[in-house]
Design a binder for this molecule. Structure first.
Ligand code: PLP
Length: 350
């Protein structure tokens, strides 16, 4: 089989040879008894990187987010979150199922909440309502094309929420991409939030796993919810070992992924019928409209596949592409060439 250029997601990255080596050699124990030294090392390292007291290793980002929702809130409370957030769209309704929350979504064009919009939706709780329980910010914002919170916009939300006594959770699945874009340490981006989840298994390249970090008390409660959800793992040091390598070695490669995404965006902006603002492509995700090309995203994806490139539509009009270390600059140039061919033949047959 010829090798496909896989731009569907950064989750497709495979572990590096160094990750496989440390997995083979990892010292392990039973993590539900806190006895896996490699998991303990990963959790301490991760907590330090995001500037929190403690962290807990979880099988997926979805589980980490859902644990945070559950610990921060009581059933019946309201969750304030951007309209196209992962927590709303891609977690199987977990906020309702696991935590009994009512979701109050705020639509935006760039995926970023602003305090002015959040504050009008806050409710204190009274004889008639249970009030706001939590605000979730997604950084980078996946469906808005990998957008990064400007630090002052985020700070205003955190300051306002703290004054109102409402916790803020960051869905930081790709927080290392945000840090690379801003050229700041991750801890500078997470300082104001009460908890943060981030993924090891996306652009950082580890095979499995995410971390949820916060105060020691928060993380102790979150561990119990992890067990409730069936996420207590045993000799998970095998996985944590790869996670440590991911944290040590992978962030340095993210700027190259971002440059590749920008190159794709610049090329796409020049193609007839394609709509994208390249300056909005800050990290490794691009979302672009092909509505005016005459092709549906299903047709476009199928034609790309025929030319060795994998990418999916997020709806009938919008495609998403994600760069990562398993696609090179040459791969991205080949993808551009494939898209130019597809659009040229779409025009002649239209
Ligand atoms: C990928 C992702 C998650 C979690 O995904 P899992 O596949 O459950 O690990 C959460 N939030 C965002 C924004 C994501 O992109």
């Amino acid at each position: 089989m010829t090798r496909m250029i896989d731009l569907r997601s950064d989750t497709v990255t495979r572990p590096t040879p160094e990750m496989r080596r440390v997995m083979f050699e990892a010292e392990v124990g039973d993590d539900v008894y806190h006895e896996d030294p490699t998991v303990n090392r990963l959790e301490e390292f991760a907590a330090r990187m995001v500037g929190k007291e403690a962290a807990v290793f979880v099988p997926s980002g979805t589980m980490g987010n859902q644990m945070a929702l559950r610990v921060h809130t009581r059933p019946g409370q309201e969750l304030i979150v951007e309209d196209r957030s992962h927590v709303v769209l891609y977690e199987m309704g977990g906020s309702g199922v696991h935590s009994g929350l009512v979701t109050r979504t705020i639509p935006t064009t760039d995926g970023l909440l602003h305090w002015d919009a959040v504050k009008t939706r806050l409710r204190k709780g009274s004889d008639h309502n249970t009030g706001t329980g939590l605000i979730v910010v997604e950084n980078t914002h996946n469906m808005a094309g990998g957008r990064v919170y400007p630090p002052d916009v985020l700070q205003e939300i955190c300051d306002g929420a703290r004054a109102a006594g409402i916790p803020v959770h960051m869905d930081g699945a790709r927080i290392f991409n945000a840090a690379a874009y801003l050229n700041r340490p991750v801890a500078a981006l997470t300082a104001g939030v009460d908890s943060v989840m981030f993924c090891l298994s996306k652009g950082l390249g580890a095979p499995v796993g995410s971390l949820l970090a916060g105060t020691r008390e928060f993380v102790e409660k979150a561990r119990l919810v992890r067990k409730l959800l069936g996420g207590g793992m045993r000799q998970a040091g095998i996985l944590a070992a790869a996670g440590i390598v991911a944290l040590e070695q992978s962030p340095g490669g993210l700027p190259a992924d971002h440059a590749n995404a920008r190159m794709l965006a610049d090329a796409l902006a020049a193609m007839p019928g394609v709509k994208i603002d390249p300056t909005s492509v800050e990290t490794n995700i691009l979302v672009f409209s092909i509505a005016e090309t005459g092709l549906s995203t299903a047709e476009f994806s199928a034609q790309l596949r025929g030319r060795g490139v994998l990418a999916n539509g997020i709806d009938a009009a919008h495609m998403r592409m994600v760069t990562h270390y398993d696609v090179t600059r040459a791969d991205c140039e080949q993808a551009v060439h494939a898209m130019e061919e597809i659009l040229a033949s779409a025009r002649t047959t239209a």
